[in-house]
Each structure stands twice: as C-alpha cells, then as structure tokens.
Design a protein around this ligand. Sequence first.
Ligand code: ADP
Ligand code: MG
Length: 588
Amino acid sequence: MSTFQDLGLNDDLLQAITDLGFTKPSEVQEKAIPILLNSETDLVALAQTGTGKTAAFGFPMLQKIDVNSRTTQGVILSPTRELCLQITNEMKLYGKYCKGLNVVAVYGGASITDQAREIKRGAQIIVATPGRMKDMINRRLVDISKIQYSVLDEADEMLNMGFKEDITDILSHTPTDKSTWLFSATMPREVASIAKNFMHNPQEITVGNKNESTSQVSHEYYLVNARDRYQALKRLADANPDIFSVIFCRTKRDTQKVAERLIEDGYSAGALHGDLSQNQRDLVMKSFRNKQIQMLVATDVAARGIDVDDVTHVINYQLPDEIETYTHRSGRTGRAGKTGVSMVIVSKSEVRKIKSIERIIKKQFTKKEIPNGMEICEVQLMSLANKVHNTEVNHDIDAYLGDINTLFEDTSKEELIKKFFSVEFTRFYNYYQKALDLNISTSNDDHKDSGNSVRYFINVGKKDGFDWMSLKDFLKEVLELGQDDVFKVEAKDTFSFFNTEKEQQEKILSFFTDYKYNGRFVNVEVSEKRRGGGRRDRNRGRRRDDRRSGSGSNSGNKGGRRSDNKSKSRRSNKSGDFASSRPRRSRR
Ligand code: ADP
Ligand code: MG
C-alpha cells in the first residue's frame, strides 16, 4: 500500500492533499498517478463513479504543467456544466499551493466574453463542456494548439450525449504529440472506438470489474403497475423518513412533473434538468447540497457526476433507456465509504431488464414489496419517537413551559405520550388507512382472462419445491390440460393459487379428491380470495361442502363471489385517490 508521497507527488500537492484530509490514494489514483507522472503516454482508465478519478488525472496534470507560463497546457472535457464546475473547483483545491496557477471553467449558459477574458489572463488549464469549447475555438477565443494534455472525463457519458463530433473537432485543434487521458465508468463500444482512433498505444487500467457498480450499494426492485409508479415512490419516501435521495426519470418532462407533484404533496423536493435556467439549476443544487431538499428529481444528463456525499437512496422512477446508465445512477449513492440503496420501480413489461442490469453490475437485485400503509405509520411513528428522544432541549421554550404545564397538570406521562404521538400518527394513519396494496405478483403469465374463470386454492407451494412455473407445469401434466388452460398461477410458501376457465372446474375438483403428492393429500378448493394478499377465506369449510354436494359447473361461483383479478383492477384504480389528501410533512 503506497502513500501519496510514494506516488511521486511534489510538496505543493502533498500539502494540499493533507489539507483536504486525503490519507491514502484510492486504487485508481495509485494506478494512474505513477504512470502519468513518469511517462508521456495515452491512458484509458476505467473506474466506477466515486473512486477519485478527478485527482487521478488532476494531480499529475498539476505537477506536469508549467505554472510560470501563461500558455494553455491542459484541457479537460467533461459532459455537463455541473461536472465542469466541480472539476474546476477540485483542481483549484488540489493546486492551491501551485503559485500562479489559473484554472478556468468554460461551459454554456454563462457569458462567453467573461470566460474568454479569464482565459486571456493566462489559463494553464481549461475545464470545458464540449459544446462551449467548440464555440470558443470557432470564435478564436481560445488557443489550444500548444496543449500537452487532454482529458476526456466521463467519456462514456459525453458520447452518450452525442458529443462525439464536438470532441473530434476539438481534438483536431490540438497537437498530435499531446497525451490523451480518457476516464470512464464504463467501456461501451463507442468509447473503445475513441480510444482506438484518437489515442496511441494507450496504457490501460481498470479498477474493479469493468462496469461493476460500487460495492457499498445494495440493489432493490419493486414491481408495480405502471400507473401506480408515483404512489409507490411516495410510499418508498414515507417508509424512509430520513431519506436524502436522487430520483431519476427518463425525460425532462417527467422529471419536472414528478418534482412538482412531490412538492404539492408536501415533500421537500426539487427538479434538475436541462430545461431549467442555469440560475435555477444552481439554486436547486445548492439547496440539495445543504440538505434543504430531501429528494432531487433529475435527468441522467443533469445529474451526471454530481458529487454529493451522504445520498442514502437512489430511486429509479423509470429505468434508463441505456442499461449501462444504471451504473452511473446507482453510483450517486454509497459514496465516500458509506452504504446506499439503489431502488428501481418497475412495471411488469420492464422486469426483464433487471436481469440484464444484474449481468452488467454483476450483482443481484432483491425483490422487495412496496410497504403497506400500516408499515409506514409504524416507521414514521418510531422515527418521531427517536427524534424526540434524541432532541436537545431548547431552553428558549422555558418561558412558555408554565402555561403548558398548567394545561397538562392532570395528564399522566403515559397519557401525554399517547396524545403527543397520536398527533403525528393520526396524520399518516388517516392518509394511509384506506391505502391499498400496490404490489403486483410476478407469478402471473399473460393469459387474457375471459372474465369467466375460476380461482383455486391448492395446499402445495414453495415449501414443496414449486414456483409458479413448475406448479403450472405440474397442473397441466396431472390434469392433462393444454398450454393456456392454467393461468394466474401464484405460488406462496405453503399454498398456491391458480385459475382455469369455469368449464374445467368440475374436472379439477374431482381429480384432486384423492391425489397424493409426496405422500400428502393435495387439497384444491375454489378460492374466495379477494385482495390478492394470499389470505384464505374464513368460510373455507362451508365452500368445501358446497362443492361436494353441488358439483355443478357453477357451484364455485355462487353467492356474489368475485374473481380476484376483477377486484384487483378495481383496487389499482382506486389507489391513485389519496394524492390530494396526503398530510404535509413537518419541516425539518
Ligand atoms: P469520480 O470522478 O471517480 O466519480 P471524484 O473524483 O469526484 O470521483 O471523487 C469522489 C470524492 O472522493 C470527492 O469528494 C473527492 O474529494 C474524494 N476523494 C478523492 N480521492 C480521495 C482520497 N484519496 N481519499 C479520500 N477522498 C478522496
Ligand atoms: Mg468524476
């Protein structure tokens, strides 16, 4: 294990590093810095977000440039304005003891003449977004014909955003014998082709597995109907009272919409996307960094590379179009050695994408259930109780304590606690008491229900080694049924459910009167299950008698029974009704 000193960095940098509190180099720094210091070479470095890439190219560049010269010697290209400012800021911190150093940020949306003026004063290093850089070259406001080092930071994202032509154009104005250092979290084909076409025998370093996401992040997904996405998001937020999160949407429009709805519903949320003015974006980012905003709703582009520590949750409100982008998203949490959770809200049609992501990140997702109303009430209540318990008394209230004490003179401690917590609990309780289950089962295949089907309960399940597919196969086989005759198979622990058309009912019930599986009688009954929660009907015994005596084709569906798929869709329609009645969150 080496120190920054061992890597060959000079005293000016070492002093700044001490000031920053960096104690030892990160892996990508340990690998890249000696190579870049000791040779003039091209480099391709692949490392996840949050691994310290800025310093990996920043330190060597600062050490190698001549601060006594006013010529521009290094150009760092990065995909967004936010990232550009962040890198500039870091470079200034790293180089604070390099006397005469001038690092200038160049990006769209701000005055080009101001930026040109700054460069004219002598910028040894320019950090730029490709669009603005190209603009400045065309207007001859910048001269990069003598640079020795060019950095392509977040190369994959720059290409993703369609900057390939701009980058090519910019590089064509630079000397051929300069060194190019490419940093990227992932290595899609386009990045490989840049390396091939613009670089000469680049050295390569890889930190961790290619495309692997950070190990401190756990990955979860929640399966809901597409129309319940927003409700699911709110529940995830409510179930995590101390959430500090980035929520990703696919489009600017959705980003704006989700943020607005959250704000209306009383959450501290903000939107970050490219349609906002620079000023608005800066304000949102500032509030987020100060934690005045708990939920930052962002597009991939706008949030790229944003380096805010302590993000507890990344929520994928929608999955990205490019699966690789998932790595960047989840890299917003679990930074600086902390743990984080990356949650994905998926609809059924997207669930297969989870498998592809697992292959890319080489990690497993956990399928989780959207918490129900009572679970959320409990979490909120306990969170409040802990907060009260840990609160330091503010003695400015002393003046009012007399009156308050008089008011509660006859109230016991037990009673007071009950009342106090009921204030908060009732808010959530009133909101959530009617809230319904948002989860949908993965087990269902896509059978078109005629509306004339029967749902059955069967007393075998996962404990007997069945999942929905194997149970379906088993039923088809023993009952000699066709491919589509058994559907909506749902395997629970000790029991399961399935549907058939009503015509099959008699055959099925009579078959299972004396069928044994693994030495145990298999019991099949018509289910009255309504809510999809897997609870068996209380009157099961009675139904059983119906069946025995009635055995007619309708016996299973007497007495106003409803097949659960019908009640399910009713349920889902209803679950959007609570948006307006949600309680305002108390200000933190
Ligand atoms: P990346 O570009 O790989 O996503 P950054 O360069 O933005 O990562 O670094 C992430 C965070 O880690 C920054 O806050 C940076 O200051 C910090 N950091 C970088 N190197 C070190 C180090 N050696 N020790 C401690 N913190 C570091
Ligand atoms: Mg970076």
